[in-house]
Design a protein around this ligand. Structure first.
Ligand SMILES: *[C@@H]1O[C@H](CO)[C@@H](O)[C@H](O)[C@H]1NC(C)=O
Length: 332
């Protein structure tokens, strides 16, 4: 009966009109829900790791500007002093080395005193380390460990230590992964650590949502930060190369390292976005939205290249990388 009426009213395209209306309403509803924000941010405490530079530093300044009570953890005293100088009286800094359990425990005790019975609204696990990155065969096992210690063990240890404070506030855990946690594009500990952060965050979200705690994953594309800074990456590549045996070096050929570095420079200079706000806007949404998203991809390369690639068969990335990267001289 209803279908007949619709046909009478709209003709044979009825189904099309009805589905289009449904899709438009769904999108409008989603956008509306996504735009709702929380209240009373001036009473909310957010703890951010890795605030010496990059995303963490910018995020603290922005949250401070919005009136949040920012607890900014820096690795160095200089980082903490510099941040204090450019922020308001409410922002507090603390020294933190996320690879050291003692340091985490101290920072947690300090935070517990600061937040009192309000609890902690947000913990942003932003501190990251990327070196060395390069061909897997060039790495020794220790080369993986420093990156995994900061990016993975650090995130787990911080989350475990601070979760009771976040649970008290029914707050949010915001973990900074990467598009390299969706597509494994280079050797070393970085991609491994970011894939693991994705898995850790998914498990945590599924376990903790019963208590009103949200877990958000930020997946930045390539941005100009310490993590993508070419000088240290190239220095590490030279170090790895120099520790290879003559046989392994010969299998790559003596031009390989220079070619590798040149291609990497070309790609990084082309792809790295200077606008870190694209990432901190996602972080801010995860902390201020009434309904934060589970995943945020930040940057055009993330949205148009990496995330679509992550849904494709592995051979697409295999072939892409093979076309772009240099070939070892004794390849078969
Ligand atoms: C952080 O802690 C680790 C392990 O305790 C230590 O090896 C490293 O030197 C520390 N880093 C800084 C910058 O203090």
């Amino acid at each position: 009966m209803i279908t007949e009426c619709l046909y009478g009213l709209l003709g044979e395209n009825a189904l099309l009109y009805v589905s289009a209306t449904f899709v438009v309403l769904w999108i409008v509803g989603w956008l509306y829900r996504d735009s709702l924000v929380i209240e009373n941010v001036t009473e909310k405490y957010v703890f951010v790791t890795g605030c010496d530079s990059g995303f963490g530093n910018l995020l603290c300044r922005k949250l401070d500007g919005k009136g949040f009570r920012v607890l900014a953890a820096c690795l160095t005293e200089k980082g903490a002093d510099d941040l204090k100088r450019v922020s308001g009286p409410h922002l507090k800094t603390v020294l933190l080395n996320v690879t050291c359990l003692d340091s985490i425990q101290k920072a947690m005790e300090w935070t517990k005193k600061e937040v009192g019975d309000k609890g902690l609204w947000g913990i942003v696990n932003n501190a990251g380390y990327s070196l060395p990155m390069g061909p897997t065969e060039w790495m020794k096992v220790e080369d993986f460990h420093k990156t995994l210690n900061v990016n993975l063990n650090g995130v787990i240890a911080m989350t475990v230590a601070f979760l009771p404070l976040v649970k008290l506030a029914r707050g949010r855990v915001v973990n900074i992964a990467s598009v390299l946690g969706r597509v494994a594009a280079n050797g070393g500990g970085y991609c491994i650590s970011k894939f693991a952060v994705e898995a850790f965050s998914d498990c945590l979200r599924r376990d903790i949502h019963y208590f009103g705690v949200n877990v958000c994953i930020i997946e930045p594309g390539f941005f100009k930060t310490a993590v993508t800074s070419l000088d240290p990456i190239e220095k590490e590549l030279h170090r790895l190369w120099n520790q290879l045996s003559p046989e392994v070096q010969a299998s790559y050929g003596d031009k390989y390292l220079d070619k590798y570095i040149n291609i990497q420079r070309f790609i990084m200079n082309g792809i790295c976005d200077k606008d870190l706000a694209k990432v901190t806007n996602c972080m801010e949404h995860s902390l201020t939205a009434a309904y934060p998203r589970t995943r945020y991809s930040a940057g055009w390369d993330a949205k148009l290249l990496w995330i679509p690639l992550s849904y494709m068969p592995a051979c697409v990335v295999d072939i892409g990388l093979k076309l772009v990267m240099p070939r070892p001289s004794k390849s078969v």
